[in-house]
Design a binder for this molecule. Structure first.
Ligand SMILES: CC(=O)N[C@H]1[C@@H](OP(=O)(O)OP(=O)(O)OC[C@H]2O[C@@H](n3ccc(=O)[nH]c3=O)[C@H](O)[C@@H]2O)O[C@H](CO)[C@@H](O)[C@@H]1O
Ligand SMILES: C=C(OP(=O)(O)O)C(=O)O
Length: 440
């Protein structure tokens, strides 16, 4: 039965939440365990849907996965891996984007793989052309099928000279997870260098890989014959941390985010300070609160790391509806990441979307028909509304808008938020939110 969340807005969120390992690292580190010939141990595991999906996928491929949820520890033993059947894979794919990263490891282990159609947030077309192109360059043969792809390496996988058209996070991870056991040297130009990529490189290095990252976004990988296991603690989820920070600002609250790390939030913290948010750095987390005065409008562009991360954009837009004056946000990573603003408009926010690039970052969407720039005028008095959650970050952003709004909001489709926010309802209740969950 579908769930309905009823939110009474108007109460500041105050208190403490704990953030554990990054949604954008942990599932990939789990895939890396397949490359080893010995067990691996990963710590700081959040209880999120994407971890469960990858656990199922590893399990059907013969990896023994032991998840201690309370301790937040995963052990993965790949010593008896096997080929899973088509129907096993099809029913376990879920709505995550991680299955595509099984290509390299499964080809190394089993010679071939079936990869089902991907899930993930619907914030653009999200093609996999870069992934398939780099895999073909390693020597893979791709056979497109009605509900996925079959990929094989009849002559083995060999290192290659590669260059991405855009620094895609997923395609960079695809190269790393394939090149480490490929024969010879791989050089990847225009690679993504997000903190989660560096964490994955540390894991692979611990397993025996030889990887160097140059300052010009080139990654060089020397293939090795065998990898062992790893023991690693995941970096914290910088996107969940930024979301709670935005929640403190939007609801005029004060939230201590245990586990958050300043290191991977530099661009976010600069913006947070400019808009009028306050933060303090502690050894085990960050405290975020509303500074008390008027919030300042901003001109903001999303970008690849070390720029302002696209996954921070949606909660930050909600905060900008409360700033005094006109803000401009140019989304340059995804062509269709402003769909969530329609619900904010219904709640009383003043947001206009534009097809033009309202910014100076080079962008792939300007000459095309995508509403990828937003002009936000504030402050707007938000009121409650009926909302159907569109995607992970959009959904969390709707929740914080509803918590700041006057009156009652009724929210459906909240299950998708479990993909990236561990126990978000318990956390909201712990922060004093007036929310009630019922069945529809
Ligand atoms: C599970 C995970 O880690 N998800 C993150 C990852 O997604 P993901 O790895 O899917 O994002 P990418 O960096 O690959 O995508 C960036 C851009 O490249 C395009 N592209 C990508 C691959 C491809 O083959 N062809 C292509 O055109 C995409 O459509 C998008 O416009 O990085 C994004 C950008 O930081 C984040 O928003 C997501 O939270
Ligand atoms: C876009 C996101 O995730 P995914 O790539 O898993 O859809 C996100 O975490 O905001």
């Amino acid at each position: 039965m579908a769930k309905l969340l009823t939110i009474q807005g108007g109460k500041p969120l105050n208190g403490r939440v704990r953030v554990r390992g990054a949604k954008n690292l942990v599932p990939k580190a789990m895939v890396a365990s397949l490359l080893g010939s010995e067990p691996s141990e990963l710590r700081n595991i959040p209880e999120i849907k994407d971890v469960d999906i990858v656990t199922s996928l590893l399990t059907i491929h013969g990896v023994k996965v032991d998840h201690d949820r309370e301790a937040g520890t995963l052990t993965m033993d790949p010593r008896e891996t096997r080929n899973a059947t088509y129907s096993e894979i099809d029913t376990h794919a879920g709505d995550s984007r991680i299955p595509i990263l099984f290509c390299g490891p499964l080809m190394h282990k089993n010679g071939e793989a079936f990869i089902p159609d991907l899930g993930g947030c619907r914030i653009g077309d999200r093609p996999i052309d870069y992934h398939l192109e780099v895999l073909r360059n390693f020597g893979a043969v791709v056979d497109k099928q009605p509900s996925g792809i079959r990929i094989s390496a009849p002559k083995g996988l060999r290192g290659a000279k590669l260059e991405l058209p855009y620094p895609s996070v997923g395609a960079t991870e695809q190269v790393l997870l394939t090149a480490v056991l490929a024969e010879g040297i791989t050089e990847l130009k225009n690679a993504a260098v997000e903190p989660e990529i560096h964490d994955l490189i540390q894991i692979l290095q611990q397993m025996g890989a030889i990887i160097s990252v140059n300052t010009d976004r080139t990654i060089r990988i020397e293939g090795v014959e065998r990898l062992s296991g790893y023991r690693h603690r995941s970096i914290p989820d910088r996107n969940e941390s930024a979301s709670w920070a935005s929640a403190a600002l939007v609801t005029q609250g004060d939230i201590y985010v245990e586990g958050a790390a300043q290191r991977d939030l530099t661009a976010f913290l600069n913006t947070y300070r400019k808009i009028g948010g306050e933060f303090e750095v502690y050894d085990d987390g960050l405290r975020f609160w509303h500074g008390g005065g008027l919030l300042q409008p901003l001109v903001l562009e999303t970008d690849v790391h070390p720029g302002f991360m696209t996954d921070w954009q949606q909660p930050m837009v909600v905060a900008l509806t409360q700033a005094t004056g006109v803000s401009i946000v140019h989304e340059t990573v995804y062509e269709n990441r402003f769909g969530f603003t329609h619900a904010l408009q219904r709640m009383g926010a003043s947001i206009q979307l534009h097809r033009e690039c309202l910014g100076s970052n080079p962008c792939r969407f300007g000459q095309r028909n995508f509403l990828h720039s937003a002009v936000i005028s504030g402050p707007s008095k938000l009121h409650g509304a009926d909302i159907d959650v569109p995607d992970l970050r959009g959904g969390f952003s709707h929740l914080i808008a509803a918590l700041a709004a006057e009156g009652t909001s009724r929210v459906t489709g909240i299950e998708v938020i479990n993909r990236g926010y561990e126990k978000f309802l318990d956390k909201l209740i712990g922060l004093g939110a007036d929310v009630e969950l019922s069945e529809r």
